[in-house]
Write a protein that binds this ligand. Structure first.
Ligand code: AMP
Length: 225
């Protein structure tokens, strides 16, 4: 498709991928494919997949590649993906990255933009510890950096704000270790030529988006057109 974008957001847990996704959805109308959100939905619905995945998630471990690849493969068939997609939290391993390339090829497309958001570990731990999300609409707050008007209540829909089970300090430390040991290696995988932008994730979210990300996304690499 002429104007199709497939954007990969690489970055550690709590680096701001979800926040940047919301801006991209608003301006470019892409579908957000967040494997973390899909898994949490499966846990909430009590499906067999959710029950299996929860054990890994609570331990801060990665869910099996084949399970994750099936989720994305199904999601890519949705009509919302016709304009392209934002991959948020996927791929996290080289096996997943290779499978994504194959899947996109089947849909006659490929990744157009890779975005690497960098934030120091100590800041990520602080962000995760204070992160609260709405149990109804999923909107994300932070108790210090972006608090709701009324403590514990979502500004957008009035839903109850909850803390993710895996955002505690011990689990976050494990998630960060896996990120550095495994997921960060994807940078080498993608440095081989795809359009890669590295962003300092310490800047305010709207500045990151307006100053860097939006400009980057406005341009679609020639080979996609
Ligand atoms: P996230 O919301 O992206 O931080 O994901 C929360 C948890 O879901 C992770 O700590 C993993 O247990 C699991 N998960 C999400 N995406 C993946 C993935 N691509 N591969 C393996 N496990 C994943």
């Amino acid at each position: 498709m002429f104007d199709r974008r497939n954007v990969l957001l690489l970055g550690a847990p709590a680096s701001g991928k979800g926040t940047q996704s919301a801006y991209i959805i608003r301006d470019f109308g892409l579908a957000q494919l967040s494997t973390g959100d899909m898994l949490r939905e499966a846990v909430r619905s009590g499906t067999e997949l959710g029950k299996q995945a929860k054990k890994y998630m609570d331990e801060g471990q990665l869910v099996t590649d084949s399970v994750i690849i099936d989720l994305i493969s199904e999601a890519l068939k949705r009509p919302e993906c016709a304009k392209g997609a934002i991959f948020d939290g996927f791929p996290r391993t080289v096996v997943q990255a290779e499978e994504l390339d194959t899947m996109l090829k089947k849909h006659s497309t490929s990744l157009t933009h890779i975005v690497n958001i960098e934030v120091p570990d100590e800041v990520l731990i602080e962000r995760a510890a204070g992160r609260r999300s709405c149990s109804k609409c999923g909107k994300v707050f932070h108790i210090s950096f972006n608090p709701p008007s009324v403590a514990g209540v979502c500004d957008k829909c009035g839903g109850e704000l909850i803390q993710r089970d895996d955002d505690n300090e011990a689990t976050m430390a494990k998630r960060l270790k896996i990120f550095h040991d495994t997921t960060e290696k994807l940078l080498t995988y993608y440095e081989r030529g795809t359009n890669l932008l590295t962003i300092d994730g310490m800047a305010p979210a709207d500045e990151i988006y307006i100053g860097k990300l939006k400009v980057f996304l406005n341009d679609i690499p020639q080979k996609q057109q």
